[in-house]
Design a protein around this ligand. Structure first.
Ligand code: PAF
Length: 286
């Protein structure tokens, strides 16, 4: 079994990876905030199938949390993450601490913003979120200098924001999107699912089912997008969710037209006091 190397500093991480690169290895990268579940592990396997060496980062990034969000309570399970990565044969775990990763006070830290794409949907509900994500991913890309990086489509808007940043700033990194991993009942896997009570967990798959029902309506030829969105919101609200948004978009997240055949349906909704669930599905109609 490959021995899992672990680094905590930028210098050590760069030195390890430079050695592999000198040997001609192709570097794959999976950035995470830890608390790894099957969804993350599927991203790692995807990177392993395409690269000679795979680096995984575990870092709960303070820049992407709002003042009243769950930064302090976000699950941190580094021992279990290390064990899972060892089992998978990952080459390097980069797990920096906040003080060394962001040596300046938060308000003085340089940021990267992706305007437009980063301001709609989740960006509208969580101001600063995508700036925090783009900033940490850009910094990690500079440290790891991967040939490819894998991101889950569960965070579809995040995937597009990263693609845009890479394109605009000419990062030489191929961005690979990986399909959403779901529980057998359809619930998209997420570290935040563990905030759900047993009763909420039983209700949570309705988010996915609602998106699927709207997808079927589009495939049946309906194009009254606003009415469909309102129907979806009502279904969720009646089941006790607090919908944040439910939106029918084109795959590039622009508003759709009646002539479109390919769509992305995205939703975010609160269930209970603590848990904001997000999900999305692709839909193609003939
Ligand atoms: O998707 C996540 O877990 C995070 O947003 C990421 C990409 C690791 C950046 O902190």
């Amino acid at each position: 079994m490959t021995r899992l190397l672990e680094t905590a500093t930028v210098a050590e991480t760069r030195a390890r990876i430079a050695e592999w690169r000198r040997g001609g290895d192709r570097i794959g990268f999976v950035p995470t905030m830890g608390n790894l579940h099957e969804g993350h592990l599927s991203l790692v396997r995807m990177a392993q199938a395409r690269a000679d060496r795979v680096v995984v980062s575990v870092f709960v990034n303070p820049l992407q949390f709002g003042p009243n969000e769950d930064f302090d309570s976000y699950p941190r399970t580094l021992d279990a993450d290390r064990a899972a990565l060892t089992e998978l044969g990952v080459d390097l775990l980069f797990a920096p601490d906040e003080a060394s990763f962001y040596p300046r006070p938060r308000e003085a830290t340089t940021r990267i913003t992706v305007p437009g794409l980063g301001d709609i949907l989740c960006g509208a509900s969580r101001p600063g979120f995508f700036t925090g994500v783009a900033t940490v991913v850009a910094k990690l890309f500079h440290i790891v200098q991967p040939d490819l990086a894998v991101f889950g489509e569960k965070d579809y808007q995040q995937l597009l924001v990263i693609r845009r940043m890479v394109e605009d700033l000419d990062f030489p990194v191929a961005i690979i999107g990986a399909p959403v991993c779901r529980e057998p009942n359809g619930l998209a896997m997420s570290s935040r699912n563990q905030y759900l009570s047993a009763e909420e967990r039983a209700r949570a798959p309705l988010l996915y089912r609602t998106l699927c029902r709207l997808g079927e309506a589009l495939q049946a030829g309906r194009r009254d997008f606003a009415v469909l969105e309102a129907e979806g919101v009502q279904t969720l609200a009646e089941a006790g969710f607090r919908p944040d948004y439910l939106s029918i978009r084109r795959p590039d997240l622009e508003p759709p037209t009646a002539a479109d055949r390919a769509f992305r349906l995205l939703a975010a909704a609160w269930l209970g006091e603590r848990t904001r669930l997000i999900d999305n599905i692709p839909v193609v109609s003939s």
